[in-house]
Structure formats: C-alpha cells, structure tokens
Design a protein around this ligand. Structure first.
Ligand code: SF4
Length: 431
C-alpha cells in the first residue's frame, strides 16, 4: 500500500503511517477525508428522503459503506485513491439527487411555476420547515377540514409548486425565510412549528413548547412525532393557540423544475439567438448569518436585464422577494427548488448545451454558490466530478479544504472564491 504521509519521524524512518493524517501533519489527507465525510452525509440525506418515498439504490448504499470504510484511520490509502473516492462521491450524489427527483415527481407530480403567497391568514396555522415533502403531505391530509392552515418555511418553500401538495386549499403559502432567522420568525409566527429535517436551531423558551420534530430530526426537550405520522398532537395544539393574524409579505415564485424550464426551450433558444438572452446565472446554495452573504443579494440585484437567474436552496431568500420580470415571456427568475434540485439545474444546463451543440462549460452560464452544510458539500463535489469549470464559491472557502487541495481544484477547473460582486459580475459577463 502507498505510504501517503512522510511528515512525521515515524514515517521518515520508513514505518507506514497508521493514523492517516489525523495527527494533523498531513493536512491534505485530513482535508480529503473531511471532504469525503461531509459529502457522504449530504448523499445520505438525499438517499434517506428517497427511501421514505420508496426509492433506494443499492449502488449508492454500497458506495456509502465503502467510502466510510476508506475514512478508517488505520488503513493506508494514497492521495490519488482518496481524490478518486471524493470524485466518485460527487457522481454518487448526482445519482442520489436524480433518484430523489424521480421519487418526488412520481409521488407529488412535476412542479410548475407557482406564485406563493407569503404571510399568514386569519385562522389557526402550523408552520412546516425542513426538506421532507412526505411529512408535509401527511400533515396536509390530516389537517384538511379541521380549520387549521399550513404554511412552509425555509427549504420547504418549493413544496408550493408540487401539484399533489398545492391542491390542498388550506395550504396557504410561505411564512418567513431561511434557517438562520428561525429564532425571530418562529417566535413571531404564533402557532406550532413542525421541523422535518436539519438546519434547526436550538430553540429559546419563547417557542420551545410550540416546536415539534419528526422523522430523523430531534432536539433535546422538544416534543417528537415518531413513526406513523400521527400529527394529532400538533393539530390540537394549533387549535388551542387559536387564530394567527392576517399578515402579507411580497409574493415569491417557485416551481421551476427542469421539465417546466425545458418546456420553454424553443423560446429560450430563439431568445438567445436573437441576442435577447445573453447570459444565464445559477446563484444559490445554503444561507447563513455571516455578513459576507450580502454578496449574493448584491449580485442578483446587479445582474443585467438580459440575463436569466436560476436559483435553489435557502440562499434564494437573499433575493427572491424582488420582481425580476421576463424576457420575451420567459421569467427572468427561476427557483428550481430545494438544494437537491441542483439536479434540475444540471439537467437544464446539459439540455441547453445539447441544443446549442456545445459543452456545458461553453454555455454563457455562470455558477455562483453559497455553501453552509453537508448537502452543499455533496453538490459541490458533484459539480467538480462533472468537470464544471469557473464555479465561484463563498461566502468563504470551506476550512476543511486545504490550500493544496484547493489549488488542485483551481488548476483543474478554474474555480474561484467570491470577491467583489460588481467585479465578479463583470468578469463573468466577459467570460
Ligand atoms: S439549503 Fe442548506 S442551509 Fe439551507 S436549509 Fe437546506 S441544507 Fe440547510
């Protein structure tokens, strides 16, 4: 087996490393192992969402086992082998996102562009946050006819675009924004809140008793709804708390699934040929609380009128309350959905490239990502494994990517850290 580390006295004497860089002396190995672990967590979450909808893939399951095995600290793998596994993780995540897309669209229908009301209406209501659409559907079934309304929060917003979910009259719309604003928004909401997945903050006393977790999510001291989707306790809680006030925020658009976007392909191609559409941007990813994330708001605001903006995941709340208009009837702003719907964005890019008879890297397409948690890491690995060039990543580079490993990515794919939005925009439009 290759001896990947030669930085300690032990290995300098020719003794094979037995701790696989965990000693901190080979930060590039540490970095690849961390990247792999974070990516695997992201893949596992998508595979889990698919599993609850009845879809599994033994190849993904086997890869997760094998890749976790490769992170054992007493086995000696080469850097080359680890890079190879990290890239395989990217491709396996593509498969997991594809599987989830199939599971979602077969169960809930293909999303269509939908204008979403924001705020609350008079009447008892439950707020649903997280990513699990099946939990939302079960809640909608059980609240139907009870007088209790249902609202989405955070990454659940795209649920408003699915035909089998939006058919419920008491599914009113969206309240609030991304996960980092939970403490304020959950406190002000007034009704009970159902948390279906991660990206949930430890609740303060102000709303802790109104919070319920379900599925894989759990919080210390918070009520948990276990197997079987019995939501009677939270529904009764909503009734006890009574009417929410009438509140209205700006409408938001969602539901731009790849099939909806590609149904406009002939118009898009004509508009590109006529010079009416000059550029496509994919601006999205996870949101967070750090000030540098204003970059994404500024960038979206400055994107010229002859460009289409695709977005996904909760980073969109930085700019999805604006009116972007259309180009020849094609909406300029397209919310493709949750983070896993990066699959839809990839399908759109691949199909547009085919239509123009070029490679994806030759399209006038710029990708600007915000990363925060493990699913974003998995998506970043997918883009790297697909060989997508010139991606911009922020708000800061992941601390677990070592300078050498980042240089390898830059040398191969010309990825960059985000900088000044105005300058970045100029560079992207020039490219
Ligand atoms: S996009 Fe990322 S940060 Fe936002 S809710 Fe989803 S996983 Fe969490």
């Amino acid at each position: 087996m290759a001896m990947f580390c030669n930085q300690c006295e032990q290995t300098a004497k020719g003794v094979a490393c037995t701790v696989r860089g965990v000693c901190g002396k080979n930060e590039d190995v540490d970095s690849l192992m961390d990247t792999l672990l974070y990516g695997l967590k992201g893949i596992a979450s998508y595979a889990h969402h698919s599993r609850v909808l009845g879809k599994t893939d033994p190849e993904i399951d086997a890869f997760i086992e094998q890749a976790l095995f490769k992170t054992l600290t007493n086995v000696d793998f080469s850097m080359e082998d680890l890079w190879d596994t990290v890239m395989k993780a990217g491709m396996m995540n593509l498969k997991a996102m594809q599987m989830l897309d199939a599971a979602n669209t077969e169960h809930f229908g293909v999303p269509t562009p939908t204008k979403v009301r924001t705020g609350t209406v008079k009447g008892p209501g439950i707020l649903v946050t997280g990513h699990d659409l099946l939990d939302l559907e079960e809640l909608l079934k059980q609240t139907e006819g009870t007088g209790v309304n249902v609202y989405t929060h955070g990454e659940m917003l795209p649920a408003n675009g699915y035909p089998e979910l939006k058919k419920y009259k008491h599914f009113i719309g969206n309240y609030g924004s991304a996960w980092q604003k939970q403490k304020k928004e959950f406190d002000e909401f007034g009704g009970p809140i159902l948390v279906t997945t991660n990206c949930v903050l430890i609740p303060p006393d102000g709303y802790k008793d109104r919070l319920y977790t379900t599925g894989v999510t759990a919080l210390d001291g918070v009520k948990h709804i276990g197997e079987g989707h019995d939501f009677s306790a939270i529904i009764e809680h909503a009734k006890r708390l009574g009417d929410l006030p009438e509140r209205r925020g700006p409408d938001m658009w969602t539901g731009a699934h790849s099939k909806s976007i590609l149904s406009l392909a002939p118009q898009i191609i004509d508009a590109v040929k006529a010079g009416k559409i000059k550029h496509f941007f994919l601006v999205g990813g996870c949101d967070g609380a750090t000030p540098g994330r204003n970059y994404y708001t500024e960038l979206a605001e400055k994107i010229p009128q002859d460009a289409i903006i695709m977005t996904l995941a909760c980073g969109k709340y930085r700019f999805n309350d604006q009116e972007y208009g259309d180009i020849e009837g094609i909406p300029r702003f397209l919310d493709v959905g949750q983070c896993n719907d990066a699959y839809s964005a990839i399908v759109v890019a691949v199909e547009l490239a085919k239509a123009f008879n070029v490679e994806v890297n030759d399209l006038p397409l710029s990708i600007v990502l915000s990363w925060f948690e493990q699913k974003a890491v998995a998506i970043v690995l997918t883009l790297a494994a697909l060989g997508i060039k010139d991606v911009r990543l922020g708000p800061s580079l992941p601390a677990f990517i070592s300078p050498n490993n980042w240089k390898t990515i830059q040398d191969k794919l010309n990825w960059k850290a985000i900088g000044d939005p105005e300058q970045d925009l100029k560079d992207m439009l020039k490219a």
